[in-house]
Design a binder for this molecule. Structure first.
Ligand code: HEC
Ligand code: HEC
Length: 345
């Protein structure tokens, strides 16, 4: 069992140090009236319309409306019972926080679930797990059928973690689902909650642009994620996750879609200063990040062009497009990361 204090990891210490350095900027932002996290009303229909469930899983609704979704607060860690059930919840939390360490047979990169679902899957507007739990089983256009929560999580390992999906009854998936169930304790079932998913930004005023994105990146992101998006390690310990390249999420992951990346970045990055970027800057930097090579889509079939036609035929994906003289996907490292290379632990 892991004491709560172990959650203050070296990563967080490093982050805190960096945040201290940027305190001046933050102070300015606060003076300018910018909240740390965006409080803008999100485009969502009222929770009681039949169309609601579909719209939260599909594209953004057209017109902004007041956010009428019910608020929810997950239980505090202190309330977790010291039982066999509580033990499995803690295992799930540890897998979520340190995925390659605790699920090495399934993780192909060095991201954690919490790299994209912040605060151990608790943070609103970072696709929190309490809000996700109550929305499954759900139909997904990505694979054209109703997915159980277990199947949804299998997809996270295959794409976001660039790894291998655990079997539906694998202890790793059991622990993750137990953790999610506990986080969602007493939340209403089938109701989209406030803070669910990533915010859906309106289309950018100007078409997203690589050059502008590179400037946003240099100013706001490179200090942590590296000039080449490679992330940063402290010895063997990963401090900041990679945004592209061989150790990142693969071309099949949700974060490669521009709308997901723009919404996540706007609400959550730079870390601890969500809401700092304008919508235009968030779209531009999402475009820049996703206009770089990353591990191949594990659904790759025959050629980049055919794979684009089959799985990426949308403005939301840059896969198979030529940007800066490079055909994205044509030099993708193999999917599966270190699992494919046989160097997994
Ligand atoms: C690289 C970032 C990234 C990582 C790492 C990641 N996810 Fe996600 N996750 C996303 C994105 C983006 C979405 C939204 C995808 C979409 O809408 O297509 C998502 C969606 C989900 C959902 C559905 C949320 C909802 O409200 O329907 C669950 C559950 C989930 N992830 C769990 C996990 C778990 C568990 C892990 C670790 C094994 C993980 N994710 C790792 C980016 C990530
Ligand atoms: C202060 C350091 C810091 C800055 C600056 C920063 N990030 Fe992050 N970023 C992180 C950390 C740390 C995580 C993982 C969160 C966690 O583990 O709690 C992360 C996660 C991410 C992720 C999801 C995980 C992945 O590797 O794909 C994306 C995407 C991302 N950041 C993009 C950006 C962008 C774009 C910017 C600039 C606008 C930025 N970040 C600025 C520290 C930072």
């Amino acid at each position: 069992m892991i004491p709560p204090s172990s959650r203050l990891r070296p990563l967080q210490v490093a982050v805190l140090a960096l945040l201290a350095i940027s305190a001046l900027v933050l102070a300015t932002a606060i003076r300018n009236g910018r909240p740390t996290f965006p409080t803008t009303a999100l485009p969502h229909p009222p929770a009681d319309t039949p169309a609601d469930r579909a719209s939260t899983l599909g594209p953004a609704a057209a017109a902004p409306r007041p956010d009428t979704r019910p608020a929810f607060t997950p239980p505090s860690a202190a309330s977790l019972p010291d039982t066999a059930f509580g033990k499995t919840v803690r295992q799930g939390e540890q897998i979520f926080l340190h995925t390659p360490q605790n699920a090495p047979q399934f993780a192909g990169n060095n991201l954690n679930c919490s790299s994209c679902h912040l605060d151990a899957g608790r943070r609103p507007d970072a696709a929190p797990m309490w809000a996700a739990y109550v929305m499954y089983p759900a139909y997904r256009a990505k694979n054209g059928h109703v997915n159980t929560l277990a199947e949804r999580l299998q997809g996270c390992f295959r794409f976001s973690m660039n790894g291998k999906p655990p079997a539906a009854d694998d202890p790793v998936l059991v622990a993750l689902q137990t953790y999610m169930f506990w986080l969602a304790d007493k939340a209403p079932t089938g109701v989209p909650l406030k803070g669910h998913g990533y915010p859906k930004l309106a289309a950018p005023p100007q078409k997203a642009d690589y050059l502008r994105g590179s400037q946003v990146y240099a100013r706001n992101c490179a200090v942590c994620h590296g000039d080449e998006g490679q992330g940063q390690k402290n010895g063997e310990h990963w401090v900041f996750p990679a945004l592209w390249g061989p150790d990142s999420f693969n071309w099949g992951a949700g974060m490669h879609q521009l709308k997901n990346a723009a919404g996540f970045i706007k609400a959550n990055m730079p870390l601890g200063r969500g809401g700092l970027l304008s919508d235009q800057e968030a779209w531009d930097v999402a475009y820049f990040m996703n206009a770089h090579e990353r591990p191949q889509d594990p659904r790759y079939t025959e050629s980049v062009a055919k794979t684009r036609a089959k799985y990426h035929d949308s403005e939301d994906s840059l896969y198979g497009l030529e940007i800066n003289g490079h055909l994205l996907g044509s030099e993708a490292p193999p999917s599966g990361g270190r699992l494919a290379q046989g160097t997994g632990r």
